[in-house]
Write a protein that binds this ligand. Structure first.
Ligand code: PLP
Length: 355
């Protein structure tokens, strides 16, 4: 047996710990299932498929539906099994040995994970102490490191903060790395990355059905960008990587925009509910543009607070051991009832911790 590649030997991969609890608010999914009407239509669509045949390799119907939805050309869209696979395909095609990617930390851990697996050199640049980008620091890091690919995440996971479009625009205008804007939570945010991509030929935008579309279990994400880049991604991915059921489900989801809108409204109301709860419990948090909120436990008590919530059958993401995020936990917005359970558990836990 060969041993694993040497550069991967001491590498744990990406995990989000799962525990069996009643209220699961740790991985930023939608709190509600797709509508019964969607499931009914999907069953009908599956019955019409020829599953003995390979699927449409370039997912034309789904690509056309996405193109119409975003008002772009269908050859400006690459589709993959979740936006994580979009990132992976990007680095397979544009990263690798001799190539350099740059991230602004803290941010989504998948960029560094995929850089590692593809042997892409990674430069991690610090955000300021408020977790914001600063124009001068971004431009300086870019001219110092000359990355091939720069990752922005807007709104940023795990902080929930929007990136500053002026900074991304300036970087795109003055220099020539490929700029990736991961907009997994775009629907919850105030600015639309696609407007930047339309204005600059070196910006690509990745999006997903895993959050507000309530389809994390389906694994469907896509990238919008210039067609030269997109055709290289179709060349780098495996043949028939998108199964026929997924393609049909994506088309159906796009035909039921109202479902998505209702979920969005539910989550935005839930976000207000949790932020109001934090205010009344005097908990420090970062005002969120996403479907999750980063908040801070009493000093040095991050692990303890997380455990006290688990004791009350509420699971949030414990970020308190991550670099730069001492004492921080991240809660996903749930249903109204789940948010109440979380806030009640939090209030009890804080009484114990503060006494
Ligand atoms: C959840 C998330 C995704 C979604 O990944 P999928 O593979 O599409 O499920 C992408 N980017 C960020 C920043 C996320 O938080």
């Amino acid at each position: 047996m060969p041993s694993v590649r040497r550069d991967l030997a001491v590498f744990g991969g990406y995990h989000s710990p799962q525990i069996d609890v009643e209220v699961r608010l740790n991985t930023n999914e939608s709190p509600v299932n797709p509508s019964p009407e969607f499931i009914f239509d999907l069953q009908g669509a599956i019955a019409d498929l020829s599953l003995n045949r390979y699927p449409d390799r370039t997912a034309d119907r789904l690509r056309n539906a996405l193109a119409e939805f975003h008002q772009v050309d269908s050859d400006e869209i690459f589709i993959a099994n979740g936006s994580n696979e979009v990132i992976s395909t990007l680095l397979l095609a544009y990263g690798g040995p001799g190539r350099k990617a740059m991230t602004f930390e803290p941010t989504y851990a998948m960029y560094s994970q995929v850089a590692k697996v593809t042997s892409t050199e990674l430069v991690e640049v610090e955000r300021n102490t408020d977790f914001q980008l600063e124009m001068a620091a971004v431009l300086e890091a870019n001219s110092k490191h000359r990355p091939d690919i720069v990752f922005f995440c807007s709104p940023n996971n795990p902080t929930g903060l929007d990136e500053d479009p002026k900074i991304i625009s300036k970087l795109a205008q003055d220099t020539n790395p490929m700029i990736v804007i991961d907009e997994a939570y775009g629907q919850f945010a105030s600015f639309r990355a696609l407007e930047l991509a339309t204005a600059h030929s070196n910006i690509v935008v990745s999006k997903t059905f895993s959050k507000v579309w309530s389809l994390a279990g389906l694994r469907l994400g896509y990238l919008i960008g210039p067609k030269e880049i997109i055709s290289n991604l179709w060349a780098a991915c495996l043949p028939y990587h998108l199964d026929a059921i997924k393609q049909a489900a994506g088309v159906l989801a796009l035909s039921r925009l109202n479902d998505m809108q209702l979920t969005l409204d539910l989550i935005l109301a839930g976000r207000d509910q949790i932020e109001a709860g934090f205010d009344s419990l005097d908990v420090f948090y970062w005002k969120s543009s996403a479907n999750f909120i980063l908040f801070r436990a009493p000093s040095g008590k991050g692990d303890e607070l997380w455990k006290k919530l688990v004791d009350r059958s509420v699971l949030v993401r414990n970020c308190s051991g991550w670099p730069r995020l001492a004492d921080c936990l991240r809660v996903t917005v749930g249903t109204g009832i789940e948010n109440d359970r979380f806030l009640y558990a939090l209030s009890e836990a804080l009484v114990e911790l503060r006494s």
